[in-house]
Design a protein around this ligand. Structure first.
Ligand SMILES: [Ca+2]
Ligand SMILES: [Ca+2]
Length: 675
């Protein structure tokens, strides 16, 4: 259809309107082929270009290779049905699929999306047909890596006479407010779609509704809008909004319906418990009170314990909004132990809500360990020949073969007391094992559970133990431990005495040759039940205690000093006491000769750079520790002559031997060499 026919048709349509015919629905259509560029009344936004190569028909087609919806063609006002042909902008693999979107357009910006095409890539032109429904006006055809040609539509021509329309609510339709509180409003946009002024003679509403905006409306200019706002009454209602005007179809009516709801506040709290945990200063926590109701909420807030204060003590919260109050725990370092309070929040409507607040202040004598020194802490030890515990980054990290235990100091547990610690598994499919050892008792499992890899520490609580003295030990494959808190360090019941040690120390000189020297020194020794500790001399650091426990094995009395006891730094490296049989690291074993009140170690004690592998700076051999210095001369060296085991005889592993062959044995608490 050419432009002249179109104008003729429009004229006929206008005449039809003037003579009381219908509006321009189903008016004749036009098809724009873009062969002469952009049609009159159309415009372009963004990066859209006329493209001859891709044209479906004739010379012109509109294309956009941009992957966005910022590029669009804007039509003249249209109505009824819109159809067009389209294809993707590019057809090779590197191009995205094309799509076309059609939006309402209000003259300046995109409005609602009316329809979008499928996503498609190819050179075949596809036809898209869109029913615009009640919408009339300009539309935007947005190209997403697409081309469009041969657009067919019906131009929309405004009626000459004043015509009232409320978008979405044609005359005779119903607006239902639903269940709402009194005074709920609805704004209607009245538009005069005609080309002459609309003259309004009355705006009214029945059913108890009130017009709070637009009641005084007298005119709406051609093609302009006005606002009309209606509010609900205090009861269930039905009413009719009526606008009388010079529109030929006046009056314009909209039926209103609403069910009244009594306004009430609704209190919600974001917390029902405030757990301050362990505090070391005044500590506060904010609590949010929100009002999801539709009337003002007024709350009062009260604490039943003056150690926990609240501020403010009352709050007014508007409907739909929220306010906060704070709960503060007032720190008093002398008030150690647990503290609790009930914070009661009482609304003006509805039930009070109780918030449980808890805090605790550390008992100054409470035991804690956070590994911040990055060494095996005092009083702790590691047992198990394959134990691998490292201390770095403020945590204790274990990796083990099944018997690698990290053991706490002796802890005093009072009835009802608990201890917490944090653990984090670094590996899937491992077991966390925790055991406790009551004094004069046996190791007993308290936690043994399968674990998967964790991204954060988990807090465990040890509680429910009978009062007493305990050690605890921990093992797992690839486990981090930290932040032990609770119980108290058991007072040492040990007694310290000064004894004497004789030894031979072996080391390499500057030329790499092994040198040794023998010596006798005074040495502190501590007995504490089955525990035994030596303040063993070493060339690196004084006052380094080596700790062990009485062996429960049958045979001669011996004490096992776990391998890998930390000494301190030697240069930049860590140094450990390790036992060795010459090839591998083993626990250090001291045999006790009751008669002579003397301890013997028949292996080697290494000053080693690793708790797990032989790598030493030097080692001790022939270590004898005795109370009576005078006996040292006689036993410091092996008895270098053929001897038979006339009495009970043991090998160096403590096994009883009936018929010893060549080698070194223990007899009567002394080392003998049998040649
Ligand atoms: Ca064309
Ligand atoms: Ca730590």
């Amino acid at each position: 259809m050419n432009r002249i026919n179109q104008i003729l048709l429009t004229a006929l349509t206008v005449m039809a309107v003037l003579f009381g015919g219908s509006l321009t629905a189903n008016a004749a259509t036009v098809t724009e082929d873009f062969n002469s560029g952009l049609p009159e009344g159309w415009s372009l936004v963004g990066n859209i270009f006329n493209d001859s190569d891709r044209a479906r028909s004739g010379q012109g087609v509109w294309s956009s290779g941009k992957s966005s919806t910022d590029n669009y063609l804007v039509t003249e006002p249209i109505e009824g049905t819109l159809s067009f042909y389209w294809r993707s902008f590019g057809t090779s693999g590197s191009y995205p699929n094309g799509m076309v979107y059609v939006y309402q357009y209000d003259g300046t910006a995109l409005g609602s999306l009316i329809q979008q095409t499928a996503s498609y890539k190819g050179s075949t032109w596809k036809q898209e047909t869109i029913n615009l429904g009640s919408y009339h006006g300009q539309v935007a055809i947005a190209l997403y890596s697409a081309c469009v040609d041969d657009v067919t539509y019906a131009p929309y021509e405004a009626a000459q006479e004043a015509t009232l329309l409320i978008a979405d609510y044609p005359s005779g339709s119903t607006f239902n407010f639903g269940t709402v509180v009194e005074g709920t409003t609805k704004a209607f946009t009245l538009k005069n779609e005609g080309l002459t002024e609309l003259s309004v003679s009355s705006v009214s509403v029945t059913g108890g509704y009130t017009i709070i905006e637009g009641a005084e409306l007298t005119t709406i200019a051609a093609q302009s809008t006005a606002q009309l706002t209606v509010a609900t009454p205090a009861e269930d209602a039905e009413g009719v909004l009526t606008i009388v005007s010079n529109d030929a179809n006046s009056p314009y009516t909209v039926l209103l319906k609403s069910v009244n709801k009594v306004a009430a506040p609704q209190m919600n709290l974001d917390l029902t418990a405030v757990a301050f945990g362990r505090v070391t200063a005044d500590t506060l926590q904010e609590v949010t009170v929100s009002n999801t109701g539709d009337a003002e909420l007024v709350v009062t807030i009260a604490s039943d314990n003056s150690e926990f204060t609240v501020a403010p003590t009352s709050l007014a919260v508007a409907a739909g909004s929220s306010e906060t109050f704070t709960v503060t725990f007032v720190y008093d370092e002398k008030a150690y132990g647990s503290h609790t309070a009930t914070i009661t929040v009482t609304p003006n409507v509805g039930e009070p809500v109780a918030i449980r607040a808890t805090a605790s202040i550390k008992d100054p004598e409470e035991w804690s360990e956070n590994f911040e020194a990055n060494v095996l802490p005092d009083g702790w030890y590691v047992i198990g020949t394959s134990a691998k515990w490292a201390f770095a980054d403020g945590v204790a990290s274990g990796s083990y073969e099944p018997d690698g235990w990290l053991v706490t100091p002796r802890l005093a547990v009072a009835e009802g007391e608990s201890m917490t610690f944090q653990a984090m598994s670094r590996q899937f499919g491992t077991d966390l094992k925790v055991q406790y050892l009551p004094e004069n008792g046996e190791w007993t499992s308290i936690i043994s559970e399968a674990r998967n890899r964790q991204s954060d520490f988990e807090t465990y609580t040890v509680s429910g133990l009978e009062a007493g003295i305990y050690r605890f030990r921990f093992a797992s494959e690839n486990l981090d431990l930290d932040n032990f808190e609770g119980f108290k360090l058991a007072p040492s019941s040990g007694t310290k005495e000064t004894w004497y040690v004789s030894y031979t120390f072996h080391y390499l000189d500057d030329s790499g040759a092994e040198q040794s020297n023998s010596d006798i020194e005074a040495m502190e020794i501590e007995f504490d039940g089955d525990d035994l500790a030596f303040n063993f001399p070493n060339p690196i650091r004084s006052n380094t205690w080596m700790k062990g426990t009485k062996s429960t094995e049958e045979g001669p009395v011996s004490y096992i000093f776990p391998n890998g006891q930390y000494i301190g730094k030697f240069g930049t490296e860590d140094a450990y006491y390790c036992g060795s049989n010459g090839n591998e690291l083993i626990d250090m074993q001291f045999y006790y000769d009751e008669e002579a009140n003397t301890f013997h170690n028949f292996q080697h004690i290494l000053i080693n750079s690793s708790p797990t592998e032989v790598d030493y700076w030097g080692y001790f051999s022939d270590v004898t520790i005795t109370k009576d210095k005078s006996v040292l001369a006689g036993i410091a060296q092996p008895v270098g002559k053929k001897t038979t085991c006339s009495n009970i005889c043991y090998d160096l592993q403590g096994r009883r031997v009936a018929q010893p062959t060549k080698g070194i044995y223990i007899m009567g608490g002394r080392k003998v060499v049998i040649k």
